[in-house]
Design a protein around this ligand. Structure first.
Ligand SMILES: NC(=O)c1ccc[n+]([C@@H]2O[C@H](COP(=O)([O-])OP(=O)(O)OC[C@H]3O[C@@H](n4cnc5c(N)ncnc54)[C@H](OP(=O)(O)O)[C@@H]3O)[C@@H](O)[C@H]2O)c1
Length: 249
């Protein structure tokens, strides 16, 4: 058995507190609902409050544990915002067992000669810099968990450079580097750190990148969930410093 065909038990994530960034849409939305379905208390962080509230309603209406909502635009958020958020999570929950760094922005795909400073700064801020400071602020809270999992979201274009993917591709290479640094620094501790590469998945980000493709051939966020759950479950506690491609075969 590996992460692609991980069979979950109904209470796989019971007693776990898991924060998901970009929880209002796409893969993050599905991950938050799936984690809640398996018994986790989820903290939904994202830019658009309405979308977070819709996910909150879905979770509560399904009878899963009540989630929390953190509306935050990672483009404008400061280190202080993340520190305040971490203090609130510590006082409300006492620990954090899982952090799925999933929020990202695509920016504009273009030749390198046309990458403009505004797009470059926005993409690096949301996908990399803010993701780092959010994670950094949460380290003391992750340390309170007996078995914590930090997952960063990568991409194929962050493993091998691809023409026209510019700032988004750079941000994903940086994410892989951050993951490796953190995994090495926390090796042999209760915190493990890995990357997940969802691969081509039917979401609004994908349709922005490939507006005219046949979406019926794409994996759905739901199909990726065994790997996402695997990385959050104690089953993966010895997995550290890995970058997992999770496209279903
Ligand atoms: N879909 C694919 O084919 C694919 C392939 C490889 C990697 N990925 C990666 O998988 C992850 C999820 O992507 P997805 O396809 O699910 O994308 P998506 O549908 O566009 O969802 C992205 C999420 O990130 C949130 N977000 C964007 N900017 C934000 C900001 N400034 N502050 C806070 N939240 C922000 C969005 O919130 P709002 O909706 O409120 O804007 C949304 O919830 C990303 O890291 C992406 O790079 C996706």
């Amino acid at each position: 058995m590996n992460h692609l065909n991980f069979k979950t038990s109904p209470n796989e994530l019971n007693n776990k507190v898991i924060l998901v960034t970009g929880a209002g849409a796409g893969i993050g939305r599905q991950a938050a609902i799936t984690f809640a379905q398996l018994g986790a208390e989820v903290i939904l962080l994202g830019k658009t409050t309405k979308k977070l509230e819709a996910v909150y309603d879905e979770i509560v209406n399904a009878g899963y544990k009540e989630p929390s909502i953190i509306p935050l635009d990672m483009k404008g958020a400061t280190v202080k915002n993340y520190q305040d958020m971490a203090s609130t999570i510590l006082s409300e929950y006492g620990k954090l067992d899982g952090l799925l760094n999933n929020a990202s922005t695509l920016g504009a795909l273009s030749p390198l000669e046309h990458v403009d400073e505004g797009t470059f700064d926005d993409v690096m801020k949301v996908n990399f810099k803010a993701t780092f400071y959010l994670t950094q602020a949460l380290i003391p809270v992750l340390k309170k968990s007996p078995c914590a999992s930090v997952v960063f979201t990568s991409s194929s274009v962050g493993k091998k450079g691809r023409a026209f993917w510019g700032a988004y591709g750079f941000s994903k290479f940086a994410t892989e580097g951050l993951m490796q640094t953190m995994a090495d620094e926390f090796e042999n501790t209760s915190i493990r750190t890995n990357c997940i590469n969802p691969g081509a998945t039917k979401t609004s980000m994908r349709s922005k990148a490939y507006p005219s493709e046949d979406v019926s051939k794409l994996a759905t966020p739901e199909q990726l969930m065994p790997s996402y759950v695997y990385l959050m479950a104690d089953e993966s506690k010895s997995v550290n410093g890995q970058s997992l491609d999770v496209q279903p075969k």
